[in-house]
Design a protein around this ligand. Structure first.
Ligand code: HEM
Length: 383
């Protein structure tokens, strides 16, 4: 997994990320032209994230959120992530509950696994049947299968891990951050000033601009802290008895990183309930670099911690940089909620969440207003 998602492979595929985030901005321009009432952007972000993973794994992409392939994927992932939420695993925490099996949940898990195997199995077969043998992640896994290292089901579930881990995390992060930006126009103004000063209006931001746009970098880090896609990390079990801070942790205990708890800890982050990118202005390193140093100096814990740190961290950071810098370069994001008594749109309520393995804000509406006349020309490559 590390070789297919590592830094080198991500660099080699950077053209693909670049293309998909340009197309996303074009799609948002088109969608915005159709309505003045605003819309919930989740499906656009999810479509982009899916296209990226699907191109990397299977050389396959779709043009629209209405495409049946995208719809089937969205259904499958929605069900799987809903089933995988921590509260559905209550017997992991209270073993006595194993005496009262939850047959409905158990059957739903089996049905969901069967559907996923069928969906991804079909895609793996398309790679096997591809006469041109175009390179992709699945082809690399199939080589490992030929060497006897993986079997058919391993290939399908490795693809499942990449799809599951690499799509909803990105799209939920962008969906949260868009809402936070709509609630905080003063943050957008600062970002716009930085982008106008450093990038100008005749080209879009690129990954290579990262070091020169510290405020955008800080917005991304604050987004992961203040409203990241994961509240409770992936459950892990420990092999042997352990001691931590005077607590005895018996072997086989389930251990979960309470990311939300850390991110809202006042000792670590002053006024943690405030969306304040400035707190990260002094953090020049990438989250990947900081995750490999002393935990006291980490920016945030959105990508997990320790040996099971997100394998896709390099790709995720590139995607967030392209997504956030280009959203802000192209648009002013306006809250399109109904007006409150003060005549201003009611702020989007970020405390209301939809819970799953990834968490989402409740549906909201925003308008993406083009910032200048050059946006569409640059997006279509005419500038
Ligand atoms: C903002 C986006 C992302 C966030 C917040 C995120 C976060 C996480 C977290 C918290 C974990 C669990 C770590 C643990 O088990 O303790 C994880 C695992 C993983 N992530 Fe990400 N991730 C993101 C994007 C991606 C992307 C784009 C990919 C790949 C294309 C990816 C691939 C993976 C994989 C393969 C694992 C499993 C690693 C393992 O089990 O050892 N992630 N991620």
């Amino acid at each position: 997994m590390h070789s297919v998602l590592g830094q080198r492979s991500v660099k080699e595929n950077s053209y693909l990320l670049d293309d998909e985030y340009r197309i996303l901005m074009q799609t948002l321009c088109q969608a915005s032209a159709k309505t003045k009432d605003g819309f919930y952007p989740k499906y656009f972000f999810q479509h982009t994230a899916l296209n990226i993973i699907s191109l990397l794994c299977f050389n396959k992409r779709t043009d629209s959120v209405d495409d049946p392939f995208y719809r089937e994927f969205e259904n499958l992932m929605g069900t799987r992530f809903e089933l995988a939420k921590v509260t559905n695993g209550s017997s992991e925490f209270f073993p006595i509950l194993e005496w009262f099996p939850n047959t409905k949940f158990h059957n739903a898990m089996i049905e969901s696994a069967d559907n996923t195997e069928a969906f991804l199995g079909k895609l793996v077969k398309e790679v096997i049947d591809d006469k041109d043998k175009k390179p992709c992640i699945i082809r690399e896994f199939l080589l490992k299968k030929d060497e006897g290292i993986l079997d058919d089901l391993d290939v399908i579930y490795l693809a499942d891990t990449i799809f599951g881990a690499g799509t909803d995390t990105i799209s939920a992060s962008l969906t949260w951050l868009t809402a936070a930006l709509a609630n905080n126009p003063h943050v957008q103004s600062k970002a716009h000033q930085e982008l106008d000063r450093v990038i100008g209006q005749s080209r879009m931001p690129e990954v290579s601009d990262e070091q020169n746009i510290p405020y955008i970098r800080a917005i991304i880090k604050e987004g992961q802290r203040y409203c990241g896609a994961i509240y409770l990390g992936v459950p892990h079990a420990i092999d042997e008895d352990d001691e931590y801070n005077g607590y005895h942790i018996p072997a086989n205990s389930v251990v979960i990183l309470n990311q939300y708890g850390i991110h809202m800890d006042e000792k670590r982050y002053e006024n943690p309930k405030e969306f304040k990118p400035e707190r990260f202005l002094g953090f020049t390193g990438s989250s990947a670099a900081l995750a490999n140093g002393n935990y006291e100096n980490r920016d945030h814990f959105g990508f997990g911690a320790g040996r099971r740190l997100c394998t896709g961290i390099h790709m995720a950071e590139r995607e967030l940089l392209l997504g956030v810098s280009r959203l802000l370069w192209c648009f002013k994001i306006e809250n399109a909620s109904p007006l409150g008594k003060d005549g201003k749109p009611i702020p989007i309520n970020l405390d209301k969440i939809r819970n799953g393995l990834t968490v989402w804000p409740e549906d909201y509406k925003v308008r993406f207003v083009k910032r200048h006349d050059n946006v569409e020309k640059v997006l279509s490559g005419q500038s």
